[in-house]
Each structure stands twice: as structure tokens, then as C-alpha cells.
Design a protein around this ligand. Sequence first.
Ligand SMILES: Nc1ncnc2c1ncn2[C@@H]1O[C@H](COP(=O)(O)OP(=O)(O)OP(=O)(O)O)[C@@H](O)[C@H]1O
Length: 484
Amino acid sequence: MHASEAEKAWDRVRSSLRESAGARLFEQWLKPIELIPSDDEESIRLALPSAFMTNWVRNHYADRLALEFRQILPQVRTVQIETRRPGPKPVLLVMPTPAEIPDRTTAAAAVEPAQVPVKFGVDPSLKPAPAAQPAPAYDTIIPERPPLDPRYTFDRFVVDASNKVAFNAAKVLAEPGPVRFSPLFLHSNTGQGKTHLMHAIGHTFLAANPHAVVLCMSAERFMYDFVAAMRARDTHAFKRRLRGADLLLIDDLQFIAGKDATQEEFFHTINEIMTAGKRLVISADRCPQALEGVESRIISRMAVGLVADIKAPDLLLRRTILDRKLVDLPDLRVPTDVLDLIASRIHANIRELEGALNRVIAYAQLTGETIDLEFAIATLGEVLRGAQKRVTIDEIQKLVTAHFELKPLDMISARRARAVARPRQIAMYLAKRLTTRSLPEIGRKFGGRDHSTVIHAVRKITELRDQDRDIDAAVRVLMRELEG
Ligand SMILES: Nc1ncnc2c1ncn2[C@@H]1O[C@H](COP(=O)(O)OP(=O)(O)OP(=O)(O)O)[C@@H](O)[C@H]1O
């Protein structure tokens, strides 16, 4: 990016900080921040005169700075906050993508506390790092806030009896003013709109409170970050970040079942959020009572708020969702009988419904053919016959992990060692090829990575399959196993 572009953005960010932080805070902590020229398009570098000030700004303003810069320059992925002096090396502080977190800080974190049958505090697998090692860098890194999917808004969510309670509760919870319906617990089978509603809450809440701290992460990511913080012997930053949220959105809670240490921390996190009167939304694939292996005190905290389920979509809802999708594509004509066919035959979930429509549209664009019933039947073939085996990202991750003898958390971890990173890229490639999940969805399932990381992985593996016989063979074996 041009230096002038970064400077202009910095001017705007600074004025906004001056307004929101107030004169005293601004003068003391924020005014001394300086913009350092950076060659990297995706990175902004800021510097402060002392390590103490750097720390303060990192703890209080890292997320906000990142958000403000991203709003002006969407290409920005990292905002580095450095200490100008002393110290020979700048300290990388802010929101790396998970792939950017140095190995040494996270390699050990791949051990799940749940694999050890003792609780946090006396867990022998969570010994402090040897004293001789350099101070771990993790405590200086604040993981990236997973971006909210811009398509997942309330006005793009089609409401009917199957999801009305969840939808209305989500809207009320997101409204400014007194907190209502928090904690909100959303549950449904896969692909029925939980993540969509959670992101919509995030958008609406942020629109009304642009400076609020909104954290959105999967329970898996919560566990990963927590374990990494323990390994780095600094859970303070983690606790502060999580407990400092004005709105906390946790997806796929079922993942922490049986993970004792993580549950302990999770309980205290939600307790504090609730006691402070902040907003909390949790989703899972089943109702709280059916979450085996989750502590009863967590479940009973959920009961204080509202538990809302989303039921399977009926034919009318499926058909309306297809119509709604076409509103965004005004130049495209998809005949009614094609929409009826898709809505009536694809009933498992809305993700697959959208996937089928997207496939017809994509094939028509690629072949230049007109969409009609015959074309749709030919294009959807096995999908309509239900013969196609449904592959999930979870299956892909499990199989790739087993094939390369990795640990389950390596799929979402930040480790960059090739022995881990390459299989992870293969798993992303397979997820793109074999599922109907979108790039941002795939990124989220791989530890909250950005969609551009997924694009890179797909390109890399496509390229490597032509150059490296071993990789191509591994991909073929995995595909055969997955597709049955
Ligand atoms: N009522 C709805 N109106 C419009 N789109 C919907 C609706 N419900 C779901 N979708 C769309 O279906 C897709 C899948 O939804 P989403 O990812 O929110 O499901 P989920 O319940 O979180 O699934 P999982 O449990 O697998 O994470 C998304 O593209 C979402 O926008």
C-alpha cells in the first residue's frame, strides 16, 4: 500500500480514537503512537516509545485498532504494535492469522487438556515451559478476531415458524439498551442458520455500538487459545480478552464436551460476562441437557437465559430461501420449475440447498447454457438422487489427521512446520472440492482462518498435485476414502 494511503487511514483512526477514548486517555497513551512505513500491503506497523506503553496499548486497544484500520483498508490483516526503544527487535503484537503465530509458541499447545483426566492447575501435561527457554511470544500476540461474514445479516435470514423464536430472540439481544434474552442458546442440526444468526447479532450490535468489543469464535478455538495461553504461562491476557467482551459469541459448544480444563475456564468466562451484564450467545448441535460431558453448572447457567431451537426447514421455507438468494442476482433467470425441483428434493439442510442452487448457476455460467429443468437435472444428477455421499469437514479433518499421524488440534493450530501445514492445506483443498461449504466457512472450521488462507491452500495443493507425485497420491487416496 502507498505510504500516503496508510497515513490517511491512520489520521482517520486517530481522530476516531481521540473521540472515543476521551482527551485524557488519548493524550497519555494514544497520542504517542507513531505510524511506521511498511512495505507489506496487509500490514500496518505502529510504534510506541516504551515497552510499558506498548503493553498498555496492546491490552486495551489492539482489537479496536485492528478493526478501525480494517474498516478503512479491508486488505489489512495485521496491525503490529512495536516498541520503538529499547530492544533490538520489534515485538509483534497483534492479530496474526493463526498461520502466522510462530511455531515455538504453539506447538506444545496442540495437547488438549481434556486428554488428561485431571483438572486445570494440577494437570501434569500442562507443565510450565522450561525456564531456560526464551519468553514465549504468545503472550505478546492477540489472535485475530474472526471476521463476521458480511452475508449473514438479519435481513437475509428468512423467517418462518421453524426459526421464529431464535430469530426474534437474536434480534432483541442485539438491540442497544437493556440486555434481554442473554445468554441465548441456539441449537439445531447442521446447516440450519445458527452461525448466520450469531453473525447477524454481531453486525447489528456493532452497528449500534461501533466501539464495542465483539468476540466470535468456535468453542474449539476457545480451547485452543486457552491451552496456548497456559503453555505460555500467561492466561491473564486470554482471560482479559474474553472477559472484556461486550458481546461474546461461541459457536459449536459441543466441542468442549469432556474437556475439563477448558470447561473450568469457560465456566468462569461466561459467569463473568453474565455477572457484568454483557451479552452472551452460544450455539450447539443439540439442546443443553443433551450435551453429554458438559458440566452441569455450565448447562444450568444456560437455563437462566433463553434456549431456542431451529427446526428442519419445510418445503415452503426452502423455496422462499431460494427466492431470497435470487434477489441478490437480478440478472439471472432461474425458472420456477427448477427452483421447485431443488426445494423439493434437497431437504437435509439449508447449506445443501444453497449449494445445489449455486452449482446450477456456476455450471450455467461456465458452459454458457441456459438454465432449464433438463439442465438442472443433468447438473445436479447424483445430488438429486441422494446417491452422493455427504462429506463433512469434520470427516475430512479426522481422515487427514489419521493419514498423516497428526494430533486433532493440528488442523486448527497455528503451527507452520511443513509436516503439519501441508496436510492442513490438503484438508482445506479437500473441503473445497468435496463439500458445499464456502471459503469463509472452511476458514472458520480451520481455526478461524481467513478465506484468503483457504484460497492459497487450494492453489498450492492444485499446483503441487502436478509437481509432486506423493502429494497427488495422498490426495487421491483421501478422496477415494471420503467419497466411498
Ligand atoms: N433461515 C435462513 N434464511 C436464509 N439463509 C439461511 C437460513 N438458515 C440458514 N441459512 C443459510 O444456510 C447456510 C448454513 O447456515 P449456518 O452456517 O448458519 O448453519 P449452522 O446451523 O451454523 O451449521 P453448523 O452447525 O454446521 O455450523 C448459510 O449460508 C446460511 O446463510
